[in-house]
Design a protein around this ligand. Sequence first.
Ligand SMILES: NC(=O)C1=CN([C@@H]2O[C@H](COP(=O)(O)OP(=O)(O)OC[C@H]3O[C@@H](n4cnc5c(N)ncnc54)[C@H](O)[C@@H]3O)[C@@H](O)[C@H]2O)C=CC1
Ligand SMILES: CC(=O)C(=O)O
Ligand SMILES: [Mg+2]
Length: 372
Amino acid sequence: MKIGCPTEIKPQEFRVGMTPDATREAIAHGHDVLIQSGAGNGAGFTDEDYTAAGAAIIGTAAEVFEKSDMIVKVKEPQAGERKMLREGQLLFTYLHLAPDPEQTKDLMDSGCTAIAYETVTDANGGLPLLAPMSEVAGRLAPQVGSWTLQKANGGRGVLMGGVPGVAPAKVVVIGGGVVGTHAAKIAAGMGADVTVLDRSLPRLRYLDDVYGGAFKNQYSTAGATAELVREADMVIGAVLIPGAAAPKLVTRAQLSEMKPGAALVDVAIDQGGCFETSRATTHADPIYEVDGIMHYCVANMPGAVARTSTQALGNATLPFLLNLANKGWKQACEDDPHLLNGLNVHAGQLTYYAVGKALGIDVISPALALKN
Ligand SMILES: NC(=O)C1=CN([C@@H]2O[C@H](COP(=O)(O)OP(=O)(O)OC[C@H]3O[C@@H](n4cnc5c(N)ncnc54)[C@H](O)[C@@H]3O)[C@@H](O)[C@H]2O)C=CC1
Ligand SMILES: CC(=O)C(=O)O
Ligand SMILES: [Mg+2]
């Protein structure tokens, strides 16, 4: 199979879909790998690194799309990239379709087959291709949140750990999954007073067993959330209902009850965000203010630490990428129902229920798509 990896073009996105190591392995399995010139630069991988791994270096994205059977990326294809996708071509990347009707329409119109990293599952009920980026974004959230809290950035001027004689920042993390747990660990490590909210009792039991001494946890009701948010210096949004638009858990009306200059970090923004006032921002212009509350809502946070993120993502995607290339997507998905859960679009039809529900579009079952 010809596997193509274009340069990411989303603003300030420095990750790349394939590392030189992944390239080497794909080639060892008998595939051709086409890397757009400069695609790895942002993550510290040169064209020479890819050439040494056996890849062909290609001048333009258009050529990569034209010559490849499978496109491997990081971020959802941007409008210009979507025009280059074609019927029968396989796209393997993050998509986040539920809050994105334009992309969904373009992917359906293209006739391509699109497997979304974020809905591939594993045997433990986890999301193995989202997890590494959730680990990164979770660990980044208190870091960017503490920057947002600085006075010069519009924040409240509160230091995460406080100092002897002065109380630390109060951090509330809504959602105690991968993002939330990593965020809470780092915020607690910075000395903040941290509480994690989740709706899953098994998850709360796990957090209590493992991190009971480091941070508190509480069952997530509207009342408990409102009370904690009122007192918080920083709120980190980290909920997920897989594939679906994020539920709005903090309303605009609640902002006026919060401490002026408090920071909202909405990591769940790629699924539409869990604060009513969230709108996606970029690394170039990451924060904005609503009713005196600072918002950080960058939808591709891991791009800020592109090298770490590219390596972490590459480790997770490689086995799936090899199966797709070795067997073709149909056989690979037939053999692995967890990979089939990643199928979002095939031959003009939507195949992921939660996306169809969010966007009001009819869906066919992925199993039926395998027969088309
Ligand atoms: N902005 C960015 O750059 C990035 C964003 N993300 C996003 O972060 C979000 C979280 O991802 P993960 O932690 O991997 O998901 P996860 O599935 O590991 O955790 C989500 C948690 O939210 C909890 N939850 C669901 N509804 C809730 C509610 N009403 N109140 C409290 N908790 C609730 C679930 O029980 C679960 O424990 C996703 O939207 C993901 O796409 C992930 C990586 C990077
Ligand atoms: C998960 C995701 O959207 C990202 O890493 O950018
Ligand atoms: Mg994202």
